[in-house]
Design a protein around this ligand. Structure first.
Ligand code: HEM
Ligand code: HEM
Length: 149
């Protein structure tokens, strides 16, 4: 990634993986406790607190990473008119994740809070597709299209 130190890209991937893994581990407890869905396995109470702290820490690190992308990567890509749609979609979905996380923390009304948790989980899984498209498939396609045949 131009304009960033060499460790930035692996760092971004590590934070994304950490968010996904901790989110996946939280999912069974969420489904059981909040959505009353039967699950074969879930974290017990103290494990859940530890994994929720791990997830929240990863989310805070993610806001730093996205903040750094904002100043260099997004502005450069936007000016060159490259990957605008998938980039903007990622920013939109990340905003929904942050907004629904606030809902999970602070919405007092039980049914709204459960709705926020569902939106959060579904968007957390769905975002993998535009992320994979944006980070790997689109640059690879462009690279191939530019190669002389
Ligand atoms: C930038 C992205 C993300 C942010 C800012 C974020 C933030 C948060 C926060 C602050 C919480 C509350 C933790 C707690 O229960 O105390 C949470 C819960 C949760 N997150 Fe994320 N998260 C993100 C991505 C993801 C992803 C990718 C998944 C995918 C699996 C996910 C799944 C979950 C689940 C299942 C919960 C538990 C909900 C509940 O028990 O009500 N999150 N998230
Ligand atoms: C409007 C917003 C955005 C635009 C215009 C944009 C543009 C681009 C472009 C043109 C590339 C291909 C070449 C390059 O590395 O410069 C790219 C790659 C990439 N983008 Fe974005 N992007 C945006 C937002 C994001 C966001 C929010 C993320 C992460 C959450 C992200 C993560 C990546 C990654 C991981 C790569 C692959 C880089 C590499 O292989 O070195 N981008 N983006």
């Amino acid at each position: 990634m131009k304009g960033h130190p060499r460790w930035f890209r692996p760092g971004l991937m590590a934070v994304a993986l950490s968010l996904l893994l901790s989110g996946l581990l939280l999912a069974p407890s969420m489904l059981m406790m909040r959505a009353e869905v039967e699950v074969p396995w879930h974290l017990d109470g103290s494990q859940r607190v530890g994994v929720a702290a791990w997830h929240a820490l990863s989310a805070m690190l993610a806001t730093w990473v996205v903040g750094a992308l904002w100043t260099v990567h997004m502005r450069a890509g936007w000016r060159r008119r490259l990957q605008r749609v998938s980039g903007a979609l990622l920013v939109g979905l990340l905003s929904v994740l942050a907004g629904s996380a606030l809902g999970i923390y602070y919405l007092g009304d039980e049914s709204l809070s459960v709705l926020a948790a569902w939106v959060h989980l579904v968007v957390g899984l769905v975002i993998l597709l535009p992320f994979a498209w944006h980070a790997w498939y689109a640059p690879w396609r462009r690279h191939r299209a530019m190669k002389p045949h």
